[in-house]
Ligand binder design. Sequence first.
Ligand code: DOR
Ligand code: ZN
Ligand code: ZN
Length: 424
Amino acid sequence: MLLKNAKWLNADGTFSKGSVHIENGIIAELTGRDLPDAGQEVLDASGMLVLPGTIDPHVHFREPGQLYKEGIDSASKAALAGGVTTVIDMPNNNPPCTTAKRIEQKKKLFRKKSHVNWGLMLHATEYGLPAVRPAIKSAKIYMAKSSAVPAITSEATIRRLMQHFPQVSFHAEDETEFDTDAKTGTPHHVKRPRASIAGALRKIEQALRSLPEKERPRTVICHMNTADEVRWLKRMKQEGFDVWGETCPHYLYFTQEDYLKQGSVFQVNPPIRTAADRDALRQAIADGTIDFMGTDHAPHQKSEKESGKPPSGIAAIEWLTPQMLHFVDSGLLSWKRFHRLICGQAATCYKIEKRNGIKAGNFADIVLVKQAAYPLKSEKVQSKAGIPLYENFDFGWRVEQTIVNGKIKFNGHTFFKEPKGKEV
Ligand code: DOR
Ligand code: ZN
Ligand code: ZN
């Protein structure tokens, strides 16, 4: 494939102009010259920006077990529409992905169905590493219950798990700090107070410090939602710990006031918090304290969300790349930070090889975007999740083409079934 009249983003935040030549799924050549089209497929990128495919290292595609909420097919189409070319799927399935066998079963499903590249996490349990060691991106440690498996809240267990796994990702809300006898109608962020975050970080830090430096795993704090986490991460990084931070668009675009006004559509774990938290998170994506974005795409049915006991979760992978482009337009992000947040840092952290940007030798995971009004109407939404949170939001950018491993998988209208994504 040949992309001509291309203006592509480099990792240093500059743009180059010319042609991108793709061969066998790989970026074979980037050149300022016009290359002759020697019979291959040609895409004219005039009027568009050529960006690296976004990596979303935090999704819940709900398969196996909860196809009524979502599924690999629908969610990975939604990913394509959002300019996402690689995802890491979470293990809080039903049943939870706690063993090598369940990981292998899930891999079979992803191989068969996923339209984007993918990697998996293992659900850590107090028993530690399963006897058979599966190939995974990370172990996920839930400090608040999120599946049939009990939460892990003991510092000693966290320490033991850190000795088992070279890489751990935390849902860092310590459920022992939740207000379990709150009256009905108590706001979600009051039931799950910020003290639960601070408590979780304290345990994680103590566990890390108690281990000799060489035995400490790479540690990711998922879905950062408070200013406290930003301060913690900055301090730990300054001390040289191998700690990384992720946040999600909903913590950057909304506050708890939105939840108080509109209810369960904004109910998510961890909860959306104050304007001061939102601003600290925005500052932290701008200054590089937070490493990467994840959507935490967590779909639920409309009827569930509208019920008396709504489940937590926001499903919005379809908007991810435009949302981040909007932060460049607003002046919050430089192009260099944008690049690190959407693919560079996640690729490094999770060892996703040859997918850290548009470079010769890398896989051709590429997204073409255009500056245009584009409120996504619900009939176009691919995710099965009910109540699309950003329906009719206009971030000012539209995904025109999503190319995965050198093949067009989405052209702004149509999704192409083949080829499927690869394991990363
Ligand atoms: O809001 C959430 N929903 N937070 C989680 O950690 C899990 C997720 C889900 O699976 O629904
Ligand atoms: Zn979580
Ligand atoms: Zn999650």
